[in-house]
Ligand binder design. Structure first.
Ligand SMILES: *Cc1c(COP(=O)(O)O)cnc(C)c1O
Length: 337
């Protein structure tokens, strides 16, 4: 049941591996499973999750080549293509959407490039799954980490990784891939093969797994496309509301906007928008970005007109403005739903 639902949200025919912990455990396990001395991995860094992934790859002894964007932008296909030509990597790693910066990378095109060159693709799709297209098999992705705590409105205590046949071969052929370790995907594969069909494997926290099944059943009932559309409308309506308030998105280009989080540029010298703590779904920037941007976390149950409208009211109050135009702009985007 759980495997089938996870395969549904990943759009894959393969059997996803259930990770007995929060999504970061699975992401670290992916890095440990693929990294080895003698392997070159091209790592796309458009925010902190990508940067951290590179550190884990280095710890595993891989030669890590970075291709970067500024954090108010995403990577371009040309940048990735140039680095692939130059370094001939064995694998390409990227974060599909960076929740911290509000940017989403052009993964479909990047995956096509990687497929042409037959290199392994490793993707952190935790903040993308459910909110934007994620077609693991069609795009030929090899390792894909997902979690339910963002767009899927589920628990954060178990997560999953989709792994293609090629992905398994890439890990199994790595003598440095952990075995006999909580970071071992190979061990987890074994557990899953052993587990009787339809039962939650004994190593998976069972209450979290039950909560995950329930949340994924709700997603299936609503339909993945409808959930995705709801997130896209949340993003479009947040942008429309910001413009009505005279504010700017943090991301430079509209094609970058992530459907789960809209980031708002804090104008220089604007002390009113410097939040100390979250107010509803409006939150200060994480880490170094505090003071530069605000996040509007319109994901999961908050991918909804009312939540986005409330965020506009919060911002308008901080700016001592009337929120009416911004709320009308938000409602207009949702008016055909
Ligand atoms: C949210 C998220 C994760 C999960 O990490 P937490 O910070 O522990 O919630 C991983 N990767 C990305 C890109 C995320 O947005």
């Amino acid at each position: 049941m759980l495997h089938r639902l996870l395969a549904y949200v990943l759009s894959t025919k393969t059997n996803p591996v259930i990770i007995p912990g929060e999504a970061i455990l699975g992401i670290e396990a992916m890095a440990a499973g693929i990294a080895a001395p003698g392997r070159t991995i091209l790592n796309v860094v458009t925010g902190p999750y990508g940067r951290n992934f590179g550190r884990w790859l280095e710890r595993g002894g891989a030669k890590v080549v970075e291709v970067r964007s500024s954090w108010d932008d995403v990577i371009t296909v040309d940048q990735v293509a140039a680095m692939m030509d130059k370094h001939k990597p064995d694998a390409l790693a990227l974060v599909q959407a960076e929740a911290v910066t509000g940017g989403t990378n052009p993964i479909r095109e990047i995956a096509a490039l990687a497929r042409e060159s037959q290199i392994i693709t490793v993707v952190d799709s935790v903040s993308a799954v459910g909110a934007e297209p994620l077609l693991m098999d069609e795009w030929g992705l090899d390792l894909v980490a997902i979690g339910a705590q963002k767009a899927l409105a589920g628990p954060n205590g178990v997560s999953a990784i989709g792994i293609s046949e090629r992905g398994w071969e890439f890990i199994a052929s790595n003598p440095h891939a952990p075995r006999g370790s909580i970071l071992s995907l190979l061990d987890l594969q074994h557990v899953h093969v052993e587990a009787a069909k339809g039962r939650i494997p004994a190593n998976i926290p069972s209450l979290e797994a039950r909560a995950l099944i329930e949340s994924l059943q709700r997603i299936e009932a609503e339909g993945l496309e409808a959930v995705c559309r709801r997130h896209r409308l949340a993003s479009a309506s947040a942008i429309a509301g910001l413009q009505a308030l005279g504010l700017e998105p943090w991301q430079k280009r509209s094609s970058n906007y992530s459907p789960i989080v809209t980031t708002v540029r804090i104008p220089p010298q604007n002390a009113r928008l410097r939040l100390e703590q979250p107010m509803g779904i409006v939150a200060p920037g994480d880490g170094d970005l505090r003071g530069s941007l605000l996040r509007i976390n319109h994901f999961g149950v908050n991918a909804a007109a009312d939540s986005v409208a409330e965020a506009m009211t919060t911002l308008a109050e901080r700016l001592e403005q009337d929120p009416a135009d911004a709320i009308a702009a938000v409602k207009a985007v949702w008016s055909c739903e």
